[in-house]
Each structure stands twice: as structure tokens, then as C-alpha cells.
Design a protein around this ligand. Structure first.
Ligand code: HEM
Length: 294
């Protein structure tokens, strides 16, 4: 029995059953409680917030040349021994998140973003550490002077009456989280694949790795966890990831640059995995280049 079933949450698996569940009008993303987050609502309010977020994501399509260059430079500058999470995936995912929001993001911000996920209690428990981190991020973003980009666009949407105050504050964090966490987990796992088995296409890898393993929905018989591991890494239906094009472009740029760095081979050690039931990722994996073996 898996962890969801132990908590009385039904699990839907198999691609067809999952696709049907994701498109079903009988299952909602809204657990009740009136969250302003795009991820936790359905109907007209969801469509309205999602439309604003889609416009923001479209600002990175096509992928900006300056962002591409800064990712390529950061990856080319990796030393002869580096951690795929801290030194490769984190700076790349951080740069893309910063570009989406249009604000510089420091390590403290990224630490809180990671703590939000690590402590995200999908089983409705009482541990509030994830919410505390998310709240700190919301406060920080609300005080940040923003350049052109997502945060300015969210504020403009609020000023134009398209978002209320709560939607503005919460969805800035939700957007940062959506861009950062899945990118971070995908890039590190894909980097490990490159280092151990050689290059593969990003679309193939994202399906195999599936960084967001389940999405939760609520139906007449209670909550269900819908598996995305049977070929639906970006979800499907009303909440399907609006950033999949950006994620694939980001992956192609970063992994192509990593393949060049890995060059003549490497060894990998200290591989440790995260243990979150939904977000699948590495905690650490140290690569030592063949050229750095002495
Ligand atoms: C490999 C990287 C990524 C993966 C695997 C991924 C996966 C997903 C999945 C499965 C969902 C659906 C959640 C649900 O149905 O409840 C989602 C939603 C979302 N993603 Fe992504 N994502 C990635 C990267 C990104 C990026 C780079 C962006 C923005 C540029 C982004 C923005 C969003 C947003 C705003 C939502 C909420 C959509 C809604 O609720 O309507 N994601 N993502």
C-alpha cells in the first residue's frame, strides 16, 4: 500500500484513467477553504488568474537570448567537481525564476522556496513549516521593487481589477514555486542521467523523470492522487502546466551546456534523494570530471 492509500487518499494510475480524471468535471482542484492560489481552485476564478499567469509565461517565449547566454556561462563555469543540485540545477532554475518574476533572487529566497516544498504537507497534517516559508516569501515579494516581468505584470493586473489583493500576493509565490521547484528537480535528475548514461532528449527525460509525481483532486468520494508517471509529466486539462515550453527550452539549453562540460566522462558520488511524496528530486549528487581525477 502506498503512502497516499495509508492516508485514505485513493490513487488513480495508468495513462488513460489519469487523463480522464484530469479532465473530469467531477473532480476539482479546490479542497474548500477559499485559497486564492491558481493551483487550488477551479471555474471562472481559476481561469481568470491562470490567464494572467499565461501572459507572464509568454514573456519568456521565445526564450530570451540574454537568459540563454547567462545559463550557458554559468554551466560552462562549473569546476572539475560539482554538486548537480547546488551548483548546476539551482543556479539555472534560480535564473529562470528570476527572469519570470523580473526580480533578482538571492540564496535566502531560494532556500525558503525549497523549504516551502520540502515541508508541503499533502496529507493535511498540522506541520505548518511550509506555509511559514511561503508567507515569508509573499512578504518579501510584496516589498520588492520589480523591473519588467511577472511581478510587475501581477501588480498591473491587480491595479486593473483583474486580481484581488490576496490573489496578487499568493500567486506571486505560487508562480515562483511553480517555475523553480520542478525545474530544479528535473535539471538535477536529468544531469545525473547525462552523467551516468549519456545524453537523451529533454522530452523523453522529463517523461521518464516526472518531477511532479502526483496531483491531488477532490471528488464526491474524497481526495484522489492522480499519478503523472505514465506519460503526463506536465499534467493535462484545466491546470496543465502553462510553462512546459519554457521548461523544455531551459532544459535543452542547460543540458546541452552540461554535456559539453561532462566531455570525456566523469564519476558520480554522494547520490542522495529527496523523500517528498509528490516532488521527486535529488538532494545531492557530486560529479567529478575525468579531467579532474588527477
Ligand atoms: C520540468 C519542469 C516542470 C514540470 C514537470 C511542471 C509540471 C507541472 C504540473 C504537473 C502542473 C499541473 C498541476 C495540477 O494539475 O494541479 C503544473 C502547473 C503549473 N506550472 Fe509547471 N512544471 C514545470 C515547469 C514550469 C515552469 C518553467 C513554469 C513557468 C514558466 C511553470 C508554471 C506553472 C504554473 C503557473 C502552473 C499552474 C497552472 C494552473 O494551476 O492552472 N511550470 N506544472
Amino acid at each position: 500500500m502506498d503512502e497516499f492509500e495509508r492516508h485514505g487518499i485513493g490513487v488513480v494510475s495508468g495513462r488513460d484513467a489519469c487523463a480522464r480524471a484530469l479532465r473530469s468535471p467531477d473532480l476539482t482542484s479546490d479542497p474548500g477553504g477559499g485559497s486564492p492560489s491558481v493551483l487550488l481552485r477551479d471555474g471562472e476564478d481559476h481561469a481568470r488568474v491562470r490567464a494572467v499567469l499565461r501572459e507572464i509565461v509568454a514573456g519568456l517565449e521565445p526564450f530570451p537570448a540574454s537568459l540563454r547566454a547567462s545559463i550557458e556561462d554559468a554551466v560552462a563555469g562549473l569546476g572539475t567537481s560539482f554538486d548537480l543540485v547546488r551548483d548546476f540545477a539551482r543556479p539555472v532554475a534560480g535564473a529562470v525564476t528570476s527572469a519570470v518574476l523580473g526580480v533578482p533572487l538571492d540564496d535566502v529566497f531560494l532556500d525558503h522556496l525549497e523549504a516551502t516544498t520540502a515541508n508541503l504537507d499533502v496529507f493535511g497534517g498540522t506541520d505548518r513549516a511550509g506555509q511559514v516559508s511561503a508567507f515569508r516569501l509573499a512578504v518579501q515579494l510584496s516589498r520588492t521593487v520589480a523591473g519588467p516581468g511577472g511581478l510587475t505584470a501581477l501588480r498591473a493586473a491587480h491595479a486593473a481589477g483583474r486580481l484581488d489583493e490576496d490573489e496578487l500576493v499568493i500567486n506571486a509565490v505560487v508562480l515562483a514555486h511553480a517555475v523553480y521547484e520542478n525545474s530544479l528537480n528535473f535539471l538535477a535528475c536529468a544531469g545525473l542521467e547525462f552523467a551516468t548514461s549519456g545524453p537523451r532528449s529533454v522530452r523523453e527525460l522529463v517523461t521518464a523523470i516526472c518531477p511532479a509525481r502526483y496531483v491531488l483532486r477532490f471528488g464526491p468520494d474524497g481526495p484522489v492522487a492522480i499519478s503523472l508517471t505514465d506519460g503526463l509529466p506536465f499534467g493535462l486539462g484545466r491546470h496543465a502546466c502553462p510553462g512546459s515550453g519554457v521548461a523544455v527550452a531551459e532544459g535543452e539549453i542547460a543540458l546541452t551546456a552540461l554535456a559539453k562540460v561532462l566531455g570525456d566522462g566523469c564519476r558520480v558520488g554522494e547520490v542522495r534523494w529527496k523523500t517528498h511524496p509528490v516532488f521527486h528530486g535529488l538532494a545531492k549528487a557530486v560529479v567529478t570530471l575525468a579531467s579532474g581525477n588527477g
